[in-house]
Design a protein around this ligand. Sequence first.
Ligand SMILES: *Cc1c(COP(=O)(O)O)cnc(C)c1O
Length: 414
Amino acid sequence: MSVTERLLPVHAPMLQFPTQGGELLVGGEKLSLLAARVGQTPFYAYDRALLQARVAELRAVLPPTVKLHYAMKANPMPAVVGWMAGLVDGVDVASAGELAVALDAGASAAEISFAGPGKRDVELRQAVAARVLINVESFREVAVLAAAATELGLPARVAVRVNPDFELKGSGMKMGGGPKQFGVDVEQIPELLALIGRAGLAFEGFHLFAGSQNLRPESICEAQQKSYELALRLAAHAPAPVRFLNLGGGFGIPYFPGEQRLDLTTIGENLRQLAERARQDLPQASLVIELGRYLVGEAGVYVCRVIDRKISRGQVYLVADGGLHHHLSASGNFGQVVRKNYPVTIGNRLDAQEHETASVVGPLCTPLDLLADRMSLPVAQVGDLVVVFQSGAYGASASPQAFLGHPRCLEVLV
Ligand SMILES: *Cc1c(COP(=O)(O)O)cnc(C)c1O
């Protein structure tokens, strides 16, 4: 090995899935048999036991009074939402469509919250009728909610989504701080709270969400602390006591070479201190964290089959039956600035002696349809199963499945 090779960053090991006889086990089943059961490739498979283990791991470090919510946009498969609803304390939805899935899944309306920068009038009315908590993100929403509440004869339960005056440092996607379409700027919150009071809405708390995919515990702790301080200042203007203080989430998972799993120790300790302070400062309030990707991302794989093997000017291409149209994130076209490889392997050749440098491409007529760019992989043949790890979040529902008219992928919870 040369010096540069040794210094090259590598993917964090994907040990969450055991192996047997050179095959990955997903939901305890050999991958080839799971593919046979599903009846087609490509498919996503999500492992129930891993979802459960992840929640348990979080509960072990979080203070018992902090509520754990699942942000279902990360994975809205109804079976997954149903499974998660039984494990977490609440579900966060971002549309009336997601709200319907959450309610069907048996999530308790009292513990559902609804956020999103563009809630249509009808969606706000549906949310009032469903008696869920609505994270208000504009002055217009207050007026629409007041009208819906009067018409339906129900309270409009609201929290205020604050666009803070700070950012979550080192986030893959920033969703707070500076000018943003999300929430209402902190400077305007006192005015918004006064309007909520006059409109007779049922004020219940604050929601702050600064960013996503963060792997730096110190940044997450800092954002949580600042969010807490900010909410405390704003609470002085609130028309009713704070019952929910949603501090956001942003916990990331390792996707790319060099990234490490997030250490939860300091985050848990920080939340314990904040929960302790909240008992004094906001005695009626529950602290909430809302996580999407961190809960489901590592529990899922995307599986597609090699349908051709080509060598072009010395470079090996494994052409698969799946790609960008099912898994936009892994292709690098969902918010990545510089394309990097997700962890990928050949799921039925894990004990292969021989490895080669190969690219995995999909069937679409675009060079963007790339699942692995010149990675070291077990030598693969037509019929083998390509596995993309870290695929439980922002996969099927975040991909342009109709693009180019190939078959849709399936999803299974095993
Ligand atoms: C997308 C989103 C989440 C989930 O983000 P993850 O990075 O998947 O944890 C949580 N809250 C809000 C308001 C969101 O928009």
